[in-house]
Ligand binder design. Structure first.
Ligand code: ATP
Length: 235
């Protein structure tokens, strides 16, 4: 499994109050795939993504990124880009300067950042030079996506990336994520919208109440299991 971008095996997370947020979650993300983690609010998507990014410990099972368990500061983190917690931007700095400050903090050479590619992909145009305190919610979201894409990581993990974007921006984001997974890269993206996953992803993992109810290539999921999708297409 060492070169598989993501292997999740029998993951379980019970919070300290005893609430079991996810249980028996197993799936893989291979190179070239855009995998959608699809489910209604409260299904356990954010919990799953937080566990696999090493932001919270699982109470059972494993999540291995290129064969490693992630933890804050782990060297393997340089191969992963994530938008899981809304990043705080410095309001008095421009979007570009925020990205530069972030990149510097990672300690990696500036030449590895691929600022231009990340910004072009996120489509912020000239607004990269504006102070982020003047950004709309959608612009912040795009800057956060650009930040996750810095260094063009081999695995990109995004929690509800289209939240706050308008329809043309959502359509563009679909193209971006599809394109991103070429060249041997991989994407895991969460969503509560069936149509979005159907149009963006190659594969889907459908979760409800903390458990997987269907998974596989998107065409099969949408074609063969409409009943399991009722919950998610309604929200
Ligand atoms: P959303 O789209 O609303 O974020 P989600 O699918 O990402 O939904 P999670 O945020 O993972 O779902 O939450 C799953 C369940 O775990 C919810 O019922 C939530 O109330 C619960 N939960 C989340 N964090 C905690 C916590 N720290 N302690 C206890 N329960 C929690």
């Amino acid at each position: 499994f060492a070169e598989t971008p993501l292997v999740v095996r029998d993951l379980r997370k019970a919070y300290s109050d005893g609430f079991v947020a996810v249980e028996e979650i197993s799936f893989t993300v291979e190179r070239g795939q855009v995998v959608g983690l699809l489910g209604p609010n409260g299904a356990g998507k954010t919990t799953t993504l937080r566990v696999l990014m090493g932001l919270t410990m699982p109470t059972g099972g494993d999540a291995l990124v290129f064969g490693h368990r992630l933890s804050p500061g782990a060297p393997i983190l340089s191969r992963v880009g994530a938008l899981v917690e809304g990043p705080g931007f410095l309001p008095h700095l421009s979007g570009l300067d925020n990205l530069k400050a972030y990149w510097r903090a990672t300690g990696r050479p500036e030449s590895d950042a691929h600022f231009e590619e990340a910004l072009e992909i996120a489509g912020l145009g000239d607004s990269v030079h504006r102070k982020t305190r003047k950004y709309s919610h959608g612009m912040r979201q795009r800057l956060a996506i650009a930040q996750a894409m810095l260094g063009l990581p081999e695995l990109l993990v995004l929690d509800e990336p289209t939240d706050g974007l308008d329809p043309p921006q959502i359509a563009e984001m679909r193209r971006v994520l599809r394109r991103y997974a070429t060249d041997g890269r991989a994407v895991l993206v969460s969503s509560h919208l069936l149509a979005e996953v159907e149009q963006t992803c190659t594969h889907a993992v459908v979760v409800n109440k903390g458990r997987i109810v269907a998974s596989g290539p998107v065409d099969e999921i949408v074609g063969e299991s409409p009943s399991v999708l009722l919950d998610v297409s309604d929200v």
